[in-house]
Design a protein around this ligand. Structure first.
Ligand code: GMT
Length: 379
């Protein structure tokens, strides 16, 4: 098959899933064309059957706003015709699904199929903006197949957008050759030395783009409460708009010596391996891909009830789930977990078995491949 993929290429879960999916499709022998504003960041190598096409958004003085959507649609239509694409897979309803639909109308090859994947922010944030609801609904209803990354996001989309067409849930997945427990103890020890974390201290971790919805202040408070009972350190990986207020909360609680800000890291898997527990206490979270990566690397999760997090964590079996904002309960669970080695090992073992079964890359890539095949067969 010849597959076009459009996503936001910068760091972020939707870009990661789109890129990993493209790489896996190429490995299965399909021809893959990424059409985006820059080369997706996870596309580190050259692959024979992966092509990248960049959209240049010109800043003409006549336009108050650069016409990203129109330029992208035009580029997608050019690639559909030039390479005779069978399917285009658009990640995000707004603007990408709408761009895909426009591109198909512009192109000569009208039988190209359109798959759209909803990742979260396009629905949970933009879906509350009444000025965008019609465009999101249009994007979903005019795609041939729409998927969302969790049942919670599927239900929320039905509720907020009320599309006519069906939405199929296809979970996020993780490439186990990148994220695994290999050399966990050795890497843990090395990073502890680098960060000056004592050998026997426990490590809690969070990584994200530190937007308000990530509730990173609740993570600091959870750590603060936990550290009253457990010898532990907190490591933040990544950067974002909330960083200033998080740093100020850390200093007002007087815990600067035990909270580490590692910034953006290209090798985030080492930080997952450093960690005993991963925290994701977001107010909105359609799935939580970073948390799944951390689980693959052996870190036990404590998540909030937001969105699809509780579809990933089986409460008290493979981690813990607390109400959004309940940092005291999150700390209570961490104290229970980190003070009992047998409980920790049992939970970690169950977690690893469960994620490898339910979020297995090969099975989920096959689910997407089957959707493309279904489209091609005209079903
Ligand atoms: O989490 C973010 O802010 C990044 C965001 C994105 O659009 O790239 O991630 C979303 O898509 C991921 C892949 O499907 C999901 O695992 C994340 O949960 C989702 N983020 C939110 O819903 C906030």
């Amino acid at each position: 098959m010849k597959i076009g993929i459009t996503c936001y290429p910068s760091v972020g879960g939707s870009g990661v899933i789109a890129t990993e999916l493209g790489i896996q499709m190429a490995r299965r022998g399909h021809e893959v064309h990424f059409i985006s504003s820059s080369v997706p960041f996870r596309l580190e190598h050259n692959y024979d059957n992966i092509y990248t096409h960049r959209t240049e958004v010109n800043d003409y003085s006549v336009f108050k706003y650069p016409p990203y959507d129109i330029t992208l649609s035009s580029k997608i239509s050019e690639i559909i015709d030039r390479y005779e694409l069978d399917v285009i897979h658009m990640h995000y309803a707004i603007p990408h699904a709408v761009c895909g639909i426009l591109a198909r109308q512009m192109s000569k090859k009208k039988d190209v199929g359109i798959v759209t994947t909803l990742h979260g922010t396009d629905i949970t944030v933009l879906g509350h903006d009444m000025s965008l609801v019609s465009a999101i609904k249009f994007g979903i209803d005019n795609s041939d197949i729409t998927t969302s990354v969790s049942s919670s996001l599927t239900e929320e989309t039905y509720g907020l957008i009320q599309p006519e067409s069906e939405i199929e849930t296809v979970y996020n997945f993780v490439d186990e050759s990148r994220f695994n427990t290999g050399k966990r103890d050795e890497i843990k020890q090395k990073l502890k030395e680098k960060l000056n974390i004592p050998k026997n201290s426990k490590v809690l971790m969070h990584t994200s783009n530190f937007r308000k919805i990530k509730n990173a202040d609740d993570i600091v408070r959870t750590f603060y409460e936990t550290s009253k009972e457990i010898d532990c350190h907190l490591v933040f990986v990544g950067d974002g708009p909330d960083m200033y207020s998080i740093r100020s909360l850390v200093s007002s609680l007087g815990i600067e010596d035990r909270v580490h800000f590692a910034g953006q890291q290209s090798d985030v898997s080492s930080y997952y391996k450093l960690s005993d527990a991963f925290l994701l206490l977001s107010a909105k979270e359609s799935f939580g891909l970073a948390m799944l990566e951390a689980m693959y690397c052996g870190a036990v999760p404590v998540g909030s009830t937001a969105g699809g997090i509780s579809e990933v964590i089986k409460h008290k079996e493979t981690g813990y789930v607390v109400e959004v904002g309940d940092y005291k309960q999150a700390a209570a669970y961490l104290i229970e977990l980190l003070s009992d080695d047998t409980l920790y090992e049992e939970m970690q073992d169950k977690m690893l078995k469960d994620v490898k079964k339910r979020f297995n890359m090969d099975s989920i890539v096959t689910e997407y491949e089957n959707l493309y095949t279904r489209l091609l067969a005209g079903a």
